[in-house]
Design a protein around this ligand. Structure first.
Ligand code: BGC
Length: 426
């Protein structure tokens, strides 16, 4: 046996988000989006996996498996159902969730905004509105005041790069506006919202660890595709990472690799295009519209894919963690999402094993990797793709709401308990 030990105090856990598991989030923009006549969603979230009322047993199950951390989100649209009205019964609910997490010996890591907005915020333009960062900050203040000293880890906004793409017309994501100006504007507002929220959390709870979870890809290109690759990476990842220099930690969320291959002449053309704002808008918007109709599936043939159509590439996480370590040297990093949509649970075990095997040497290199949280604890509502995608360590029968622990859950739970990965010698 080879033993790959992780540092003492390593966070081992799983992640969920409110809208994907709670059920009945009828005050959010996503709920509305799912029910539109022209919705791109395969099915509505409906009662999800009823985590809102079953959280007690769910959390106990996770603790029993050996984890020490649980990342989950609180739902703005429940807490502030209309502008300026805070529902204390909902704040109490989430206080009870935090208490249950702690009572079970798990560290709560709270995401303050995971994709959804209250309908009233969305009606004002969502992240395009000048008012949204301050409104977000006000909501964050109420939540952090309510949690007091019971929460030490906060994520402000989940995957701002993905949220911003929704304003450029990314497939499946609200609000479905288009144009580079909207994309840039939403990007700036998300950054402003993060900064205001961070300052407030630190003011109320200086000891808290504050960061956000960044959607990051392992990027690869040939010479022709390099400019487009750099452009996409800059706009959807680097901009946000640079805005996080003051954060306490960086959350890295990686599922796969993006490969951009283009013939050289097209590469030269794109260089010219990307240099001129007006043409850039036209070309990027057209590319996005095309993506919206074809889906974000990598066209390479003969490749091993996940249910999402992504390349099966557990080691992509190493490229992204390394990149954060290069851009923000010394900054503590937590893998806040890494996972695979797979019907065959053996593939998940393989994904976890290969991912951790690849991550382990980084610790020895001195990269401050502090934890690994797997996406996801349960099979759940995978946004526009609905319930068919199986990301969970625990299966859920949505008719009976019965939970069934998969072998991968026990496998990762044992690693968590031992704080090491054991590999048979080959
Ligand atoms: C999101 C999750 C999502 C997961 C799998 C991440 O982009 O934070 O909400 O379910 O990826 O696609």
């Amino acid at each position: 046996m080879t033993e790959l030990a992780f540092p003492a105090g390593f966070l081992w856990g799983t992640a969920t988000s409110a809208h994907q598991v709670e059920g009945g989030n009828s005050n959010s923009d996503w709920w509305e989006w799912e029910l539109r006549p022209d919705t791109p969603c395969k099915e509505p979230s409906g009662s999800a996996i009823e985590h809102y009322k079953r959280y007690g047993r769910d959390v106990a199950l996770l603790a029993g498996l050996g984890f020490n951390t649980y990342r989950f989100s609180v739902e703005w649209s429940r807490i502030e159902p209309s502008e300026g009205t805070f529902d204390v019964t909902q704040l109490d609910h989430y206080r009870r969730v935090v208490a249950a997490v702690r009572k079970n010996g798990l560290i709560p890591m709270v995401t303050l905004n995971h994709f959804t907005l209250p309908i009233w915020v969305a009606k004002q333009g969502g992240w395009l509105s000048d008012r949204t960062p301050a409104l977000f900050e006000r909501y964050v203040r109420r939540v952090v005041e309510a949690f007091g000293n019971t929460v030490d880890w906060y994520h402000t906004i989940n995957e701002p790069g993905v949220v911003a793409l929704g304003y450029l017309g990314a497939p499946g994501f609200p609000p479905g506006t288009r144009g580079i100006a909207n994309w840039r504007r939403a990007t700036q507002r998300l950054i402003d919202g993060h900064r205001l929220a961070r300052a407030t959390i630190k003011e109320l709870r200086p000891a808290a660890q504050v960061g956000m979870g960044h959607s990051m890809q392992e990027w690869e290109s040939n010479a022709g595709g390099r400019r487009v690759m750099n452009y996409m990476r800059r706009m959807s990842e680097d901009v946000f990472l640079r805005a996080c220099r003051e954060d306490d930690f960086v959350g890295v969320q990686t599922y796969t690799r993006m490969v951009l291959e283009m013939p050289r002449p097209i590469g030269w053309l794109t260089k010219a295009v990307l240099a001129v704002d007006r043409i850039q808008d036209f070309v990027v918007s057209r590319a996005m519209a095309h993506w919206a109709s074809s889906g974000p599936v990598d066209p390479r043939k003969g490749m091993r894919r996940t249910q999402m159509g992504y390349e099966f590439r557990p080691g992509a996480i190493v490229a992204t963690v390394r990149r954060v370590a290069e851009l923000l040297p010394g900054k503590p990093i937590v893998v806040t999402e890494h996972g695979v949509a797979a019907a065959d649970d053996a593939e998940r075990i393989e994904f976890i094993t290969e991912g951790l095997k690849a991550l382990h040497p980084l610790v020895g290199e001195g990269i401050p990797l502090r934890g690994y949280l797997h996406w996801s604890a349960f099979d759940n509502f995978e946004w526009a793709s609905g319930y068919a995608m199986e990301f969970g360590l625990i299966a859920v029968d949505r008719k009976t709401q019965e939970r069934t622990v998969k072998p991968s859950a026990r496998f990762l739970g044992e690693i968590a308990r031992a704080n090491k990965l054991m590999l048979p010698n080959s």
